[in-house]
Write a new protein. Structure first.
Lengths: 270, 433, 286
């Protein structure tokens, strides 16, 4: 009896956690009339009205496109520059390393509301409000430190002597980096990229403050601003919520080991 | 290994492309090359219909321009929030904005809308009160589009004529409630929002008071004001003529109450008239009329002056075309058509002399004009929303019996004066230097 | 006393700075500098709706206003309440889930993925899901009651972040040597005693890290409350970040809003330092 109880409890906990998601998926696939009442746990009828309306009436492809562009570009920049910096911090010797690392970590803890106003004034002066760079640059405030922090953890795990092989052959530091270190730590690099993409996709406050038109809204902002109409279109909101979750759900399912590895490497170990 | 390093090397290139694309896609004209004018305003119900028609006409008369409607939330507060966000970010669009009358001074003072003096518009045909609200520091910043005024709706089948005094209103409402068994005597908007200030303004004027006097000083703590607020409170809790539910009602809830035949009197804006004349949804179709709000001795019938005005975004790239659009939409025949379709009162005096307007509105243009002429604007000041906020809270507290009217108004007045001082508007709410 | 470096060493130092420069410059530009600017703003009066007042230096008067502002104190109280409830709930449930996952289960991978799903989705989506669950048009609404409105808010945050805490604790659990349990079992200790005297003490560093990390996040809460209640009814569920945001972007009071934002920053910074110190001390790994 004792043996299976913990396992059962674990399944129950996870199942209970997933139930709201299931409930919402079922609601989004049901007709408008049964959104709030007369719904059974297993839906009896499935319609795609809300999803159709989402893409036809609300042009939901636009925020998806915007989120893809912004999250991808942010991830590219953050992982590229971040891996160079992390390599220096993890494997090269110079003074001030620990201070820099602590500073980078502290900066990743900055509350967004504490830097949103100067960023707004700067972007406005540069005419970058409501543009892609106007989101990508602010996103680096969390994407860069996050990438550095995670990659330092991964680079530190590499054996000490891998550079020596390259250096002895006469290769420069940078070639050693590109051709030896990065491929060896590819799992870590991809984990970092995935996590950075995730955080960028989910970001809300900056996107809310720095975009003005539906043409440039990211997915979280587009969904959040569905409200405010006279009648709240719950069916479409829920459909949008599901659509917004699909990419990240796929990422989690495919790469959960990498993600978990990345999180625990960076967060718990030093 | 080689493939991955190649991909990594190519990446900075991709990034540059994306960034360049991002910057480029921020500007540019419409998809077919024609320049686009963006209009932002209310498009509720039939408003959307008339707007589309008028935009088509404008496009025909002013090639190659295309006019696009950028939608905004239905709630006025949320629309204002959106405007503030756009204009504060110095967005070039929308080019033309539909403003609530109480926002013009604020937007003008913040430098968000363009002065219209360069275009030398002719303003003699507009209602003076509306034009006054569009002036800031001597310049004109918007043109009135349609006027909204608070009116007394009364049941023609339950009484011979509307009351002229507040006491008569109480009496008649009471009689009808007893005689006909109606649950409500008089309904208005008492939720904690801007509407409450307009209702209070009308009672205040009826008792002879003002929110702001001729010198721009706050007088919301005067004896007349205390009497007005006490009257409003007693109507709910002592005379039981006004239901306490009004403290959570906005325009629509009070309209439903009157429309379902549950009230003898209603205070509301003109929009309700056309809706309630539709016998499909309304139980009072053909059984009601409008009148001036009543007054007491020493006061005069007062309507709160509302309405929408059209302004040009100060950062718009198409100021001239924007003014053309404003001039077009405020032309007499366009206004007449809007009156017919959306039931809104035009802001041009001359239209009230024509029988066409009576026919378009479904009510006598002369009655409408009488109410508009009794209309009083709210304080024209850049910090009006802050002042209104202060007043709303105190009014609602007094009406829900959490505070005595005298105390509540005293607090409101000092807070409002302090707000003016803090904003460097010590000269009160004077519009001129 | 630093020794003189060899040529190879000084070259290494130069390479290191070269490598680190782009990222560090970017961070300085978009994060470090703005914080200093916000602090500088908080010492000025800057009302974007009243441009004729200019931007005068007013010293600490914005902070003085914040300290005497009832709404600011309420916002801080709300934030502390939110932090305390969500962190304790996430800790309790996270520990349960971590213990459950720390066993040789067959479907461990998919189970972990399924558990992680709520964490991976945008906070906005989580907030809307729970708003929908508690929405009952026509009936009495949770969201018009100042106290009841907290229930869906806390639930949404716990639902989303509990898997993350579970992950952190799981990593800590997996670092505990099994032999300790075996030895204790031989000594006659049951599962409860094993938990209390082996698991908990050895898990303390991970628990501390999780608590500080989550407190840091919870104190900065914005997304979930903005989307779910907008801080309402009235300002009954408004956390300090949302009040700062409202002061900045709705009331356009950049000076006062910056002071409020700095208050969030100072508390976060303090918590961040505590967390960094926790990480720096060696964890007891058997």
């Amino acid at each position: 009896m004792r043996r299976w109880l913990p396992t059962f409890a674990t399944w129950l906990l996870v199942g209970a956690g997933l139930f709201p998601l299931y409930w919402v998926v079922a609601a989004s696939l049901g007709p408008e009339s049964s959104l709030f009442e007369g719904r059974s746990v297993i839906p009896s009828v499935i319609v795609f009205d809300h999803y159709r309306a989402l893409f036809d009436e609300r042009d939901f492809l636009i925020p998806i496109r915007n989120s893809l562009i912004v999250a991808s570009a942010t991830t590219l920049l953050a992982v590229t520059a971040g891996s160079l910096c992390a390599y220096a911090l993890a494997r090269l010797r110079f003074r001030g390393k620990t201070t820099i690392l602590a500073a980078v970590l502290a900066i990743s803890m900055f509350p967004q509301v504490a830097i949103v106003s100067p960023l707004f004034l700067a972007l406005r002066a540069a005419g970058l409000i409501n543009t892609y760079p106007g989101l990508i640059l602010p996103y680096l405030t969390f994407a860069m430190p996050l990438s550095i922090w995670l990659l330092v953890g991964f680079f530190r795990q590499l054996p000490d002597d891998i550079e020596e092989a390259g250096l002895i052959d006469g290769a420069s530091r940078i070639r050693t980096f590109w051709e030896i270190v990065v491929p060896l730590s590819w799992p870590g690099v991809t984990a970092t990229a995935i996590l950075t993409f995730l955080y960028s996709w989910n970001e809300f406050l900056f996107a809310l403050s720095f975009t003005l038109e539906p043409e440039r809204y990211t997915v979280p902002v587009a969904i959040a601003l569905f409200r405010g109409q006279y009648q709240v279109a719950w069916g479409q909101i829920l459909a949008a919520a599901i659509v917004a979750t699909i990419p990240v759900a796929l990422l989690v399912l495919i790469a959960q080991r990498r993600i978990v590895g990345g999180l625990t490497a960076g967060a718990v170990k030093g | 290994m080689i493939r991955t390093t190649l991909a990594l090397r190519a990446c900075p290139g991709c990034v540059a492309l994306v960034l360049a694309g991002g910057i480029a896609s921020g500007c540019g004209g419409g998809s077919d090359g024609r320049p686009v004018l963006t209009f932002s305003g209310s498009a509720v119900g039939r408003e959307a219909e008339i707007l589309e028609r008028q935009f088509d006409r404008f496009e025909t008369a002013h090639p190659p321009w295309r006019v696009e409607l950028r939608s905004t939330p239905d709630s006025a507060d949320e629309r204002r929030q959106l405007y503030v966000q756009w204009l504060n970010a110095r967005a070039a669009r929308p080019d033309v904005l539909q403003l609530d009358v109480i926002w013009t001074a604020e937007f003008a003072a913040a430098g968000w809308i363009r002065a219209l003096d360069d275009f030398a518009p002719v303003v003699s045909d507009f209602f003076p009160g509306s034009i006054e609200a569009d002036r800031w520091r001597g310049s004109l910043y918007a043109l009135p589009w349609f006027v909204d005024v608070g009116m007394l709706y009364w049941r023609t089948d339950l009484m011979p004529q509307p009351p002229a005094t507040f006491e008569a209103l109480m009496q008649q409402a009471d009689d009808v409630m007893q005689g006909e068994g109606l649950p409500f005597g008089f309904v208005w908007q008492g939720a904690r929002y801007e509407g409450l200030v307009t209702v209070f303004l009308e009672h205040l004027g009826g008792f002879g008071g003002q929110i702001v006097d001729e010198h721009g000083e706050i007088t919301v703590d005067s004896e007349e004001a205390v009497r007005a607020l006490t009257y409003m409170r007693d109507a709910i809790w002592s005379r039981h003529v006004v239901p306490s539910a009004v403290l959570t009602w906005q325009e629509e809830q009070s309209r439903f109450a009157f429309q379902n035949g549950q009230a003898a009197f209603m205070r509301n804006w003109p929009y309700a008239h056309a809706l309630m004349q539709d016998s499909r949804g309304s139980r009072v179709a053909g059984k009601f009329d409008i009148s001036l709000m009543p007054a007491a001795a020493g006061g005069s019938p007062t309507a709160a002056l509302g309405g929408s005005h059209l302004a040009i975004n100060a950062y718009s790239a198409h100021a001239n075309a924007a003014f053309d659009l404003i001039a077009f939409l405020t032309a007499p025949d366009q206004m007449l058509e809007r009156a017919r379709v959306a039931g809104q009162f035009p802001s041009r005096l001359s239209l009230y002399d024509t029988p066409a307007l009576t026919e378009a509105l479904g009510l006598a243009a002369s009655s409408a004009r009488r109410v508009i002429e009794s209309a009083r604007p709210r304080p024209v000041t850049p910090i009006y929303s802050e002042l209104s906020d202060i007043l709303q809270i105190r009014l609602h507290r007094a009406l829900s019996q959490q505070q005595e009217p005298r105390e509540a108004l005293g607090e409101a007045a000092s807070a409002m004066r302090a707000a003016l001082t803090r904003a460097g508007l010590d000269g009160g709410t004077r519009r001129y230097d | 006393m630093p020794q003189r470096m060899s040529i190879a060493e000084s070259r290494e130092v130069r390479m290191a700075w070269l490598f680190a420069a782009p990222a560090l410059l970017a961070i300085a530009l978009v994060a470090a500098f703005p914080v200093l600017w916000t602090f500088w703003e908080s010492l000025h009066r800057h009302d974007l709706r009243l441009p004729w007042l200019g931007r005068p230096f007013v010293g600490l008067s914005n902070y003085r206003e914040a300290f005497t502002d009832a709404r600011a104190w309420s916002a801080i109280a709300h934030t502390l309440f939110f932090t305390a409830t969500t962190v304790s709930a996430e800790l309790a449930l996270g520990l349960a889930l971590a213990l459950g996952l720390n066993r040789p289960l067959r479907a461990r991978g998919p189970l972990r993925a399924a558990a992680l799903l709520p964490w991976a989705m945008p906070t906005v989506v989580a907030a809307l899901i729970w708003r929908f669950m508690f929405e009952s048009p026509g009936g009495s609404s949770w969201f018009v009651d100042p106290l009841a409105a907290w229930v869906p808010i806390v639930l949404a945050d716990v639902w989303k972040m509990m898997p993350f805490v579970a992950l952190l604790l799981l990593a800590g659990l997996q670092n505990i040597d099994h032999s300790m349990y075996e030895a204790a079992a031989l000594d006659g200790a049951g599962p409860v005693r094993q938990f209390a005297f082996i698991t908990l003490p050895l898990l303390r560093p991970a628990i501390a890290a999780a608590v500080v990390f989550r407190s840091l996040d919870a104190f900065r809460v914005f997304d979930v409350i903005y989307v779910m209640t907008g801080g309402g009814p009235g300002t009954a569920t408004e956390p300090i970040s949302l009040y700062a945001f409202t002061a900045l972007f709705r009331d356009l009071r950049f000076g006062f809003g910056s002071a409020l934002a700095m208050m969030v920053f100072f508390v976060s910074f303090f918590l961040a330092l505590a967390w960094i110190r926790l990480l720096a001390t060696p964890e007891s790994v058997t």
